[in-house]
Write a protein that binds this ligand. Structure first.
Ligand SMILES: C[S@@+](CC[C@H](N)C(=O)[O-])C[C@H]1O[C@@H](n2cnc3c(N)ncnc32)[C@H](O)[C@@H]1O
Length: 203
């Protein structure tokens, strides 16, 4: 996908994504999206609300996933899990609850403000088995065969090179590991007046 964009367009999309998600980190998700986010999004996506009871309000309010990766299969006690495009970290921290103290969980995101927010929630919850790190889906800072499960929610549609991002997810998964991916896809052509708009990538 990246090859069809000029370098200038790719740089504009990268910067715009960081701007948009810095705003989500600052204000919460409610005013930033056309789909249900925060507590309403979690309810509509059938998240296990009992496991989120003590999650800080700022963490809940910043949830902007488009689906529920956990509906695709379980996280087992002891699993190593990577959340690609973790945002403020709700899915990461939920995965840590599910993996338990014997498991380990990492969340990565390109937006520094999201990672800062995720770390703040991590310190409130006091979980010991979680790290958050600024990184790109297209270049994961982990060795081959490192994770039992990779989760991701509403992120691959934003990546500039989707093939590279999927290959990276595959690379870091152990043999037999699972990719639990929730995302949006375009099911019909956009109207001609909108089809060429760079803003469609991230709005
Ligand atoms: C729709 S939000 C979803 C956040 C989180 N998964 C959730 O469910 O609340 C998309 C996130 O993907 C991040 N993102 C966008 N492109 C990325 C990339 N190439 N690599 C890593 N993260 C990316 C954004 O910074 C943003 O936090």
């Amino acid at each position: 996908m990246e090859s069809s964009l000029t370098e200038k367009e790719a740089a504009l999309i990268r910067e715009s994504i960081k701007d948009k998600y810095s705003q989500v980190a600052a204000t919460g998700a409610a005013s930033c999206f056309k789909y249900p986010t925060g507590a309403e999004g979690l309810k509509q996506q059938n998240y296990p609300l009992d496991l989120l009871r003590d999650f800080p309000p700022a963490l809940i309010d910043s949830f902007c996933g488009v689906g529920n990766p956990f509906s695709l299969g379980p996280i087992h006690p002891g699993d190593a899990v990577l959340d690609i495009g973790c945002g403020a970290g709700l899915d990461t921290l939920l995965a840590a609850r599910m993996a338990g103290p014997e498991g380990r969980v990492a969340g990565i995101d390109v937006t520094q403000a999201m990672i800062d927010k995720a770390r703040a929630s991590l310190s409130i919850l006091g979980l010991q088995n979680v790290i958050f790190q600024v990184a790109e889906a297209e270049s994961l800072p982990f060795p081959d065969n490192d994770f039992d499960a990779v989760i991701s929610n509403g992120v691959f549609n934003l990546t500039l090179d989707k093939e590279k991002a999927l290959k990276e997810a595959h690379r870091v998964l152990k043999p037999g590991g699972r990719l639990l991916l929730a995302d949006m896809v375009l099911v019909a052509a956009l109207p001609p007046d909108q089809a060429g708009r760079i803003e469609n990538w991230y709005q």
